[in-house]
Design a binder for this molecule. Structure first.
Ligand code: RB5
Length: 144
């Protein structure tokens, strides 16, 4: 099970992705917003805390550019949020960075590209390579 959330800037893309994920048979819970003006850090926090609590395997956050969501999400210890605008970055975000949150820009990405990025993010496993694990451990150390 994954979670998805957005602010008003990412709402339209979030709705498209909610439908897309359902059609793909991916269990995804929509944590809001409902399209009303909201503050993106509130939704980043809601989703990230739920991911860290183990309620969801991973999360997708959408705002206008994806920038605000990624800045906010990466403030939360244990979250590795990757802002992706292409499929290669989404693949590397999983393979090398074990990103547990994907951030997308609702006003910067076309919906078909966004769907492909989501597919790549969801379908790519972490490599568990020694060097990558070591680097992620160093990121954890930065949180101390
Ligand atoms: C909201 O207008 C917009 O600032 C927000 O969606 C996001 O792009 C921030 O990074």
């Amino acid at each position: 099970m994954i979670a998805i959330a957005s602010d008003h800037g990412g709402y339209a893309l979030k709705q498209t992705l909610v439908e897309y994920l359902a059609a793909r048979g991916v269990q995804a819970e929509d944590l809001g917003c409902g399209g009303e003006p909201v503050d993106y850090p509130d939704y980043a926090e809601k989703l990230c805390r739920a991911v860290l609590a183990g309620q969801y395997e991973r999360g997708i956050l959408v705002c206008g550019t994806g920038i605000g969501m990624s800045i906010a999400a990466n403030k939360i210890h244990g979250i590795r949020a990757a802002l992706c605008a292409d499929c290669y970055s989404a693949e590397m975000a999983r393979q090398h960075n074990d990103a547990n949150v994907l951030c997308l820009g609702g006003r910067t990405l076309g919906s078909e590209l966004a769907k492909k990025i989501v597919d790549t993010y969801l379908d790519t496993p972490f490599s568990h390579g020694e060097h990558h694990c070591q680097r992620i451990a160093k990121i954890k150390d930065l949180e101390e």
